[in-house]
Design a protein around this ligand. Sequence first.
Ligand SMILES: [Zn+2]
Length: 437
Amino acid sequence: MNEIDILKNIAENLSQRKSSAALNNYEVLGNNIKFLNDSFIWGIENLSDLEKQIELKFKNDELVTNNFKDNSKSPYYFRKILPRIISNDISIIDKFISNTQPDDRQNITLENVLELKKTFLDFSNLVTASRQFIDSLVSDAYQLIKLDSKEINFHVLTSLHSFNRFVTKSIRQALFNSEIDNSLNEFNNLSNNKRIRGNESHITKCSEKSFGNKVDFLFSELSLSTETDFKNKIKDLFSFSSEFTHIGYVSTFFTSSNDSEVIFKDDISPYLPSTENFSELKYELLEVAMRFFVKVYLPSIDKALKTAFINDTYYSLSESLSCISDKISQDLKTRNNEYYFFIKQGLIESEETIDLTCICGTIRNWEPPHEMSKIFCSNCGSQFKLLEIEGDPGYIITSNGPVKVIGSNVPDFNDLPMEKQIDLLKQCENVVNEQTK
Ligand SMILES: [Zn+2]
């Protein structure tokens, strides 16, 4: 190919937008987004309470380790800085949460369906909020693990230096005083190299300058070295969001089209392909962000607390962190699973409506002609796999308990007489014992 070939390809393919296709299930996406978004709101409310406790406990000399008691040493000053880092992050996460809410589909009709259309502004807000989330939390998790005076000095003075370049008089007055001015002058007088390298006599240091290096550092410090895929995903998200935040050609082209769209419809209301595309991205961003929050960010706070507080205080704070982490991890696991059902042979070809009850409690009334594309949970997105069993087997004994074969001529397990229930449970216990032998 020569340069004209490439330019021609761009002109013909990346200047007029093709209509987008909806490849996912919009209803499921909406439910899953709502479920994870609610879970994250719960997590941040709890983290917010915890931050207040941490702030309070830092005021009590009795509760901190010896290193943190001496005001001639640097750890002492983290007693004020550490809670501030967490509360800054809570603001950033709050913004992310408000940008990842599910679409409101109430009262959407063919007449007003265009209100759901997602434009450049929506994409730009969503991805920029995600960029701020991942960028800030990586950088702050790094500071929480390091708890190093020169590292935090570099972080804050760099920020102050940029802020100072355009800040207006009144804001400047509220923020700057002679102490801050002196610190900033000291920093400004250093060459870039000296600011970063930070030997004995210097005031600042930055050991891991780039986003990627900071991510590598965090994964290694938190013993997550085997999580290569997730680590790469975080870096991919960073690059992808850079493209949006810095207004790249492709992201702007993709999101700023004014073409009319075809209108789709599901059980809830009409919708547009662009709304479905947008939700798909929103869900992916939400999921990755929440996984990062529980795998990297909360453990970084934990590590900092362990250094700062005496054992008893640390243990109680750490337990609260674990509660947040456990619930969110559990919530993440319940989305888009694969569940197996045992079903009596012949039922699928019959005229009967088959009720499939998902683990999340939602029932799918699977009507004849029993299309395989329709066996999934509209609430949590889980896919159902069916295992056909010959004859009328009643229950299947598994290590997870007795499972009724759908279509079998037996009562539901809970409707069985107690002695029959106990008998089946004993059989299951035997299966477990067999497996563990
Ligand atoms: Zn479900």
